[in-house]
Design a protein around this ligand. Structure first.
Ligand code: MLT
Length: 220
């Protein structure tokens, strides 16, 4: 675990972060890759594990809970309205998540194992923010129904070793096409390998999205 501190969270706070960790089946030492599943608004660290199982039940799963709450709904960062993100909070929360992933990597002995962030909706947006800001921790990500998480802010990220899959609906009002276009161009400008596969339809995880994600995982 690096000593770099990205967030104000202490080691005790990282250890107390509500999360699920499920080791890959089979017991004993394993080199199985790890999904880091990130729920959407109002979701939980428990229900999003089903997404990992739909992708590949043989992987280990690390599933933390978003640390902010909006009217009692778990979220990953604050917003001022639908799609209007508090970008400063996005940056802070991405740092917290990167620190949590490093804490969990050390605590559960996951060093050297491939790790893929898998987020849906608000969870996709924090996965993308973390991939932009902390590429050594979040080098691979699948964003289901995600959008560009930094509004008008542009970064000088270098993501030459990053591999990102974007799937979702081309007519998703919660991940508007102009924001997705910015997302693709900013990831490409940073040097990431980006695959964008948007189907007809709106917000949600369609069977076609799962199929694209499985194909992408198989090609990793
Ligand atoms: C967000 O707030 O991250 C997006 O608008 C998606 C959502 O509503 O959770």
């Amino acid at each position: 675990m690096s000593n770099e501190t990205r967030s104000a969270l202490s080691a005790a706070e990282l250890a107390a972060w509500p999360h699920v960790f499920r080791e890959a089946a089979g017991g004993g030492a394993t080199e199985a890759p790890v999904f880091v599943t990130l729920h959407g608004t109002g979701g939980t660290e428990h229900d999003i594990v089903a997404l990992a199982d739909a992708l590949d039940p043989s992987w280990a799963v690390l599933s933390p809970r978003g640390r902010t709450s909006e009217n009692g709904m778990n979220r990953w960062f604050a917003r001022r309205g639908e799609g209007v993100f508090d970008v400063d909070d996005v940056v802070v929360r991405a740092g917290e998540l990167a620190d949590f992933i490093e804490w969990a990597t050390a605590s559960y002995g996951l060093e050297g194992r491939p790790l893929v962030l898998v987020g849906f909706s608000n969870g996709a947006n924090i996965a993308l923010a973390t991939a932009f800001l902390h590429p050594l921790v979040a080098q691979r990500a699948i964003a289901f129904s995600g959008m560009y998480p930094f509004a008008d802010r542009r970064l000088d990220a270098r993501l030459d070793s990053s591999t990102i899959l974007l799937v979702g609906g081309a007519d998703d009002p919660m991940a508007p096409a102009p924001s997705v276009a910015t997302l693709v161009s900013e990831l490409e400008r940073a040097g990431a390998a980006v695959t964008a596969a948007h189907r007809a339809g709106g917000h949600g995880i369609a069977a076609a999205d799962l199929e694209r994600a499985k194909e992408w995982l198989a090609a990793l």
